[in-house]
Write a protein that binds this ligand. Structure first.
Ligand code: CDP
Length: 254
């Protein structure tokens, strides 16, 4: 995976991997591209935030309803690095520590997102600014707003080249997804950044292990229309679990 995707260097757009004047190609809209102007370039960090870093124990937290009443927060917070999706609520079941959180641009439209982002404290906020054309302006607005409010949240942009290579990597291994979900993307990222990976909240089913009804998310039952294939992704995660590449947590935590 390192050879094909190289997340440490490539996952996040930086001045090093995306030069001034280059064209970035949107991973969700193949033929569309954007020229990197001095203004855009000035918002990029010099280097990838993951350079020279590997983490011993990481928790990757999906938003599945299986986390409700799990009491897994303390266990999750004890990890060295915690990754979450889509600026989710924090509570005793999922913990509070957050080192990296993603946000779908739809969320940036919907919420007073500076307030909702600030509860995460010092965290990286990964925005898919160059996945679809419509994401770009709103992602930059998010970045400028966070800077204006002197927020501790540090916005960064997911590199469409990395996302494309990642999709290609999984295709090559037999997983044909039209687009990877944000949860599956952050697990893939963790596979390169972390020695031990614990995943929570990945269970895209309406019935739990004890036959109980589950909401789609641990905080609501909204299931947006999506092009992701979460059950197929789940089967892959289960395979990785069986191979000992990551540890999937489905039950309650003691
Ligand atoms: O809408 P999106 O796929 O971006 O994500 P979400 O609904 O905010 O949930 C975050 C991630 O958690 C998803 O991308 C899935 O990988 C995972 N998830 C799951 O496995 N089972 C669920 N019932 C809900 C979410």
């Amino acid at each position: 995976m390192k050879k094909e995707c190289n997340a440490v260097i490539e996952a996040i757009i930086s001045k090093k991997n995306t030069p001034l004047g280059s064209n970035v190609i949107y991973d969700g809209e193949n033929k569309k591209n954007m020229k990197i102007t001095p203004k855009i370039f000035s918002t990029f960090p010099q280097e990838s935030p993951f350079i020279n870093l590997t983490y011993e124990n990481c928790s990757v937290v999906g938003n599945g309803g299986i986390l409700e009443d799990s009491g897994c927060g303390i266990q999750i917070d004890n990890s060295d690095f915690v990754i979450r999706c889509n600026l989710p609520p924090l509570n005793k079941d999922v913990g509070y520590k957050t080192n990296l959180v993603t946000a779908n641009p739809s969320i940036l439209f919907e919420k007073h997102f500076v307030d909702s982002a600030d509860v995460y404290g010092t965290t990286l906020l990964a925005l898919p600014a160059f996945s679809y054309k419509r994401n770009t302006a709103v992602s930059f607005r998010a970045l400028y707003t966070l800077q204006d409010f002197k927020s501790q949240v540090q916005p960064i942009f997911l590199n469409p080249k990395y996302l494309q290579n990642l999709a290609e990597f999984w295709r090559h291994h037999g997983f044909q997804a039209s687009q990877l979900s944000s949860g599956f993307t952050i697990v893939s990222l963790a596979l390169e950044l972390c020695h031990n990976i614990h995943i929570y909240g990945f269970w895209p089913f309406t019935v739990g292990l004890e036959g109980q009804h589950l909401r789609h998310h641990y905080y609501d039952d909204c299931k947006a229309k999506t092009i992701h294939n979460l059950p197929a992704e789940f089967r892959w995660l289960l395979t990785l679990h069986k191979k000992g590449i990551l540890q999937m947590h489905l039950g309650k935590c003691k």
